[in-house]
Design a binder for this molecule. Structure first.
Ligand code: FES
Length: 342
């Protein structure tokens, strides 16, 4: 156990540390804080909400729940913004900005007096960027994903972003469906906030973050608009405060074995190949190199346990009884548990 520095940590360099603390407290008291609250363990909450990022559209509710969890554990939650990236709102491509987001995340964590951080992300490049940044910053950190969006319905057919986006667009381009129908589809593909409802990069990174132990057990799959998602946010805030007291830094969680577990789950859920690129970058920040020959060997041993689009037919929110007949959420949980025992 270590004693978190709280607001006394990472003082601005005025050449007089006592003055730096005096000034810091004077300023933040302008926002109405008491001395008692300013003496608490400080948990930073990385806010990646943006009007241009509907995948993070539940951010205010998640932040409120994380704050509740931190306070229940006796800490002081303080949220701060970083860059937010959405796949359809980044020209020429969000991948060009992933590393910039990771640098933003890293430098803000380094600069601010936070004893631990909750990284709230979800859309494809955001979780890898946050893990890369936090890995380089090296303090206690925990990932909270925003959760998947719900699926929709178009003329009796279930649809969801974004496997069906391209499928319907292809039908429109080949003149199988007309302008009126493609406009209907456009309004049905994303019926709620949250991340894409298939095994794209966002769902993959959510699952691998959980498998690697940097997100709470069971936290990858509840959709964005559910009570479970909000409860997980509260629990994540509570756990972040504990991590600060335990001094459990990210490098002690994201070990080489944890990264191998993550790769195993990527295979077991039929995850995105982009996940490999991102895991390689996260591993690199921690001094590891992904062994692609080992990954190839694992791919020969690992069954796909989840019937999830685009390889399968279901969506992240599904919860019927059997693997391969739609139990996406619990199947993913089983895959994560299996990787930990493998
Ligand atoms: Fe954000 Fe697909 S566009 S997860």
């Amino acid at each position: 156990m270590t004693e978190p520095a709280g607001l006394r940590g990472k003082l601005t360099d005025y050449g007089d540390s006592e003055f730096a603390l005096f000034l810091r407290k004077a300023f933040i008291k302008g926002a109405g804080y008491s001395d008692d609250s300013l003496n608490r363990t400080v948990v930073g909450i990385v806010n990646t909400g943006s009007g241009f990022n509907p995948c993070h559209g539940n951010m205010p509710q998640l932040i409120e729940a994380v704050q509740r969890g931190v306070m229940l554990a006796g800490g002081l939650p303080v949220e701060f913004p970083t860059i937010s990236l959405h796949e359809s709102f980044a020209q020429p491509t969000s991948m060009l900005l992933r590393n910039l987001m990771s640098m933003d995340t890293e430098e803000m964590i380094r600069a601010l007096p936070v004893d631990a951080v909750v990284l709230i992300g979800g859309c494809d490049k955001t979780v890898p960027a946050q893990l890369m940044g936090a890995a380089s910053a090296g303090i206690p950190a925990i990932q909270l994903v925003t959760g998947s969006m719900l699926s929709g319905t178009h003329r009796g057919q279930r649809v969801g972003a974004c496997t069906d986006c391209r499928a319907f667009w292809g039908r429109y381009r080949s003149e199988e469906i007309d302008d009126a129908e493609i406009a209907e589809v456009n309004s049905a593909l994303a019926p709620s906030v949250g991340t894409c409802s298939v095994a794209g990069t966002a769902s993959t990174m959510a699952c691998v973050a959980e498998a690697a132990g940097i997100a709470l057990p069971g936290s990858a799959t509840p959709p964005a608009v559910t009570a479970d998602r909000v409860r997980i946010a509260e629990l994540t805030g509570r756990r972040a405060t504990q991590l600060a007291h335990e001094g459990l830094t990210i490098d002690r969680i994201l070990t080489a074995d944890a990264i191998e577990n993550a790769l195993r789950v990527l295979l077991a859920v039929g995850g995105s190949t982009n996940g490999i690129v991102h895991l390689a970058a996260v591993a690199g920040r921690l001094g590891y190199t992904l062994d692609l020959a080992r990954f190839d060997e694992m791919s020969e041993q690992t069954p796909v346990l989840v019937d999830l689009k685009p390889a399968g037919s279901h969506y992240m929110e599904d919860s019927s009884d059997e693997i391969r007949t739609g139990q996406t959420r619990s199947a993913i949980r089983r895959a994560v548990a299996w990787s930990r025992g493998a």
